[in-house]
Design a protein around this ligand. Structure first.
Ligand code: HXC
Length: 507
C-alpha cells in the first residue's frame, strides 16, 4: 500500500506545479495553468501523460535544491473528438516555464512519437525562454526542438498556441509550425523585448504593442488568429484540428453533414452587382457553398483582400482561397500573395483539396509594391498553385484580369475544374484601360465607343470557354452542387510532380 500511496503523493506533487501561490498568480493574470489548458484542449479524460517525474539536472546556482517534478512542461497525448494528437504545455508556475535541457527532451520525445505514429502536435507556449541557470544546454535544447519542427513540417500538422511570453530565439519553434494562435492581452512574441529595442533603436514601445496578438494578426502576420481568452483559444484549436488530417498520408476526416449537396442558392444569381466596380462580400458566397455555412477563417485580420480558410463539402475538408472585392477591390499584392501562398502549400502538403473563388482586377500597382518585391511575392502564390497536386476547383465570379487570372488556379496551372459564372470577365485588363492603350490619342467619344466594343467582345467568360480554359459556364445558384460534384469526382486523383530533392520556391 505504501508504494501505491507514494505514487499518488508524487503525482499530486507534480500536478501542483510551482505551488498554490504561483498558480494563484497565474490565474490572477487571466491565464489558466498548463494542466487546465490540456484538459480543455483534449476530450474529457483522454489525456495520457509522459515524463511526469522528469527533473532537471542543473547543479549551478543552487538549482540542485529545487527539482520540481515535470520541469516546467506537461507532455503527452490524448484525443480531440476521438482523434489522436500529441501535446506539450509549458508550465509558467515552474521556473517561469523556462526551457531546460530536460524540458526540451520531454518536448522532443512527444514530437518523435508524433512523427512515428502520425498525429498532430499542439504546443502551448507560456515561457520565460531559455532556463538562464543552464546556459548553453538550454540553447541546445531549443535547437533540438527546432530540428524536429523542421522534420515534422509537412508530415504532421503542427499548431502553436501562445498563451504567455514567447521571446528571443524561443519564437522560432512556433514560427516553423503550421499555425500560430495567440490570446489577446496575455500573450506576446518578439525576438528582442521592449528594453533592448529602447537601447538599440531608442523606440519606446510596450510588450503588447511590440508583439501582442493584435500586432501579429494585423501587422506582421506572424499569427493566424487571436482569441479573447484561453478557453476560447483552445476551443478554436479543437475546431481546427477537426478539419485536418492526422498526417500527410491520411485524407482529412469526413464528418457527418446535414446539408443538402444539391442545395440551390437563388440569391447567388444576384450576388454580382450590375456595376462592375461595386463590391460585394465574397464571404457570403463561401458561406452559401459550405456545409452548414461553416467557414474556419485563417488570418482573418491580415491582407483582407484575400480570404483563406477551411470549410466542408459533403463532410470533407476543403481549403478555400477567395479574392475579396470589398477590400482593395480584391487585387493581389505582397501581403495577400504571401498569405494565400502559405495556405495553398499547407493544403497541398496535407492532401486538402482547394477551392478558389476568383474576382481579381490584377496586381496592386505602386512603388511600395515594386520596392517591396511584389514580383517575388506574387510568384509565391503562382508557384504554390502550380506545384499543388491536390484536387483544384476554381470558380470565376467576375473579374479575372491579367497575370492574376493565370495565378488564381487557372486551367493552365493544372486546375481540374475551371468554372465561370456568366458574369465573369476574363481578359488581359479592364476594357477602359485596354482601349486607352490600343487607341491612344483618340477622342474621348471614340475611346468610349471602343470601350463598349471591347467589353462586348471580352467582358464575358465565353472567349475563354471557347478555348477550353473554362470547362463550363455555370449558373450561380447551382454552384454548391457543381463544386461538390467536381470534388467528388476528384477523390481518386493521382498526380505527381517530377522527382527532385526539393523545389526552390521564391522565398
Ligand atoms: C529561469 C525564469 C526565467 C528563465 C522567468 N523565470 N524566466 N527562470 N529562466 N528564463 C522565473 C523567475 O525567476 C520567477 O521565479 C518565475 O519564473 C516567474 O518570473 P517573474 O519574472 O516573476 O514573472 P513575470 O513578472 O510575469 O515576468 C515574466 C518574464 C520575466 C517577462 C518572462 O520572468 C523575464 O523577463 N524572464 C527572463 C526572460 C529572458 O531573458 N529569458 C532568456 C531569453 S534568451 P520565481 O521562483 O520567483 O517564481 C532566450 C534564448 C532562446 O530565450 C534561444 C533559443 C535559440
Amino acid at each position: 500500500m505504501d508504494v501505491l500511496q507514494e505514487l499518488e503523493d508524487r503525482r499530486q506533487a507534480a500536478r501542483n506545479g510551482g505551488g498554490e501561490r504561483r498558480i494563484a498568480a497565474q490565474h490572477s493574470k487571466g491565464k489558466l495553468t498548463a494542466r487546465e489548458r490540456i484538459e480543455l484542449l483534449l476530450d474529457e479524460g483522454s489525456f495520457e501523460e509522459f515524463d511526469m517525474f522528469v527533473a532537471h539536472r542543473c547543479t549551478d546556482f543552487g538549482m540542485e535544491q529545487d527539482r520540481p517534478a515535470g520541469d516546467g512542461v506537461v507532455t503527452g497525448w490524448g484525443t480531440v473528438n476521438g482523434r489522436m494528437i500529441y501535446v506539450f504545455s509549458q508550465d509558467f508556475t515552474v521556473f517561469g516555464g523556462s526551457l531546460s535541457e530536460t524540458h526540451a527532451q520531454k518536448v522532443c520525445k512527444i514530437m518523435d512519437m508524433a512523427m512515428q505514429n502520425g498525429a498532430p502536435v499542439v504546443g502551448i507556449n507560456d515561457s520565460g525562454g531559455a532556463r538562464i541557470q543552464e546556459g548553453v544546454a538550454s540553447l541546445a535544447g531549443y535547437a533540438e526542438v527546432f530540428q524536429r519542427n523542421i522534420m515534422a513540417s509537412g508530415v504532421v500538422p503542427q499548431i502553436s498556441v501562445i498563451m504567455g511570453p514567447c521571446a528571443g530565439g524561443a519564437v522560432y519553434s512556433p514560427a516553423m509550425t503550421d499555425f500560430i494562435f495567440m490570446v489577446k492581452d496575455s500573450s506576446y512574441m518578439f525576438v528582442t523585448g521592449p528594453d533592448v529595442v529602447k537601447t538599440v533603436t531608442n523606440e519606446v514601445v510596450t510588450a503588447e504593442e511590440l508583439g501582442g496578438a493584435s500586432t501579429h494578426t494585423k501587422k506582421s502576420s506572424v499569427a493566424d488568429g487571436a482569441f479573447e481568452n484561453d478557453v476560447e483559444a483552445l476551443a478554436e484549436v479543437r475546431r481546427l484540428v477537426d478539419f485536418l488530417p492526422l498526417n500527410n498520408r491520411q485524407k482529412p476526416p469526413v464528418r457527418p453533414f446535414f446539408d443538402d449537396v444539391n442545395r440551390l442558392e437563388d440569391s447567388l444569381d444576384t450576388l454580382i452587382p450590375d456595376n462592375a466596380n461595386t463590391p460585394y462580400d465574397m464571404k457570403e458566397l463561401i458561406q452559401k457553398l459550405a456545409d452548414e455555412s461553416d467557414f474556419y477563417e485563417i488570418q482573418e485580420d491580415f491582407a483582407k483582400n484575400i480570404l483563406t480558410g477551411f470549410m466542408r463539402l459533403e463532410g470533407s475538408t476543403v481549403g478555400v482561397v477567395a479574392n475579396q472585392p470589398m477590400v482593395l477591390a480584391g487585387c493581389l499584392d505582397i501581403d495577400s500573395s504571401r498569405k494565400a501562398a502559405r495556405f495553398v502549400r499547407f493544403c497541398d502538403a496535407f492532401e486538402i483539396p482547394i477551392l478558389t473563388l476568383v474576382d481579381v482586377p490584377g496586381f496592386l500597382p505602386g512603388t511600395s509594391q515594386e520596392y517591396g518585391g511584389v514580383i517575388k511575392h506574387g510568384a509565391k502564390l503562382l508557384f504554390a498553385y502550380g506545384e499543388a497536386t491536390v484536387p483544384k476547383v476554381t470558380v470565376i465570379t467576375r473579374k479575372a484580369y491579367g497575370g492574376a487570372y493565370d495565378v488564381m488556379a487557372s486551367k493552365h496551372l493544372r486546375g481540374d475544374f475551371n468554372y465561370a459564372w456568366p458574369t465573369a470577365e476574363i481578359a488581359v485588363m479592364g476594357a477602359k484601360g485596354a482601349t486607352e492603350i490600343i487607341y491612344r490619342g483618340k477622342s474621348t467619344e471614340e475611346i468610349a465607343a471602343r470601350t463598349k466594343e471591347y467589353e462586348d467582345r471580352f467582358a464575358n467568360p465565353f472567349v475563354a470557354a471557347e478555348k477550353g480554359f473554362i470547362d463550363e459556364v455555370i449558373m450561380p445558384h447551382s454552384t454548391r452542387k457543381r463544386v461538390c460534384r467536381a470534388f467528388a469526382s476528384l477523390r481518386g486523383k493521382q498526380l505527381q510532380n517530377p522527382w527532385k530533392k526539393h523545389d526552390n520556391i521564391p522565398l
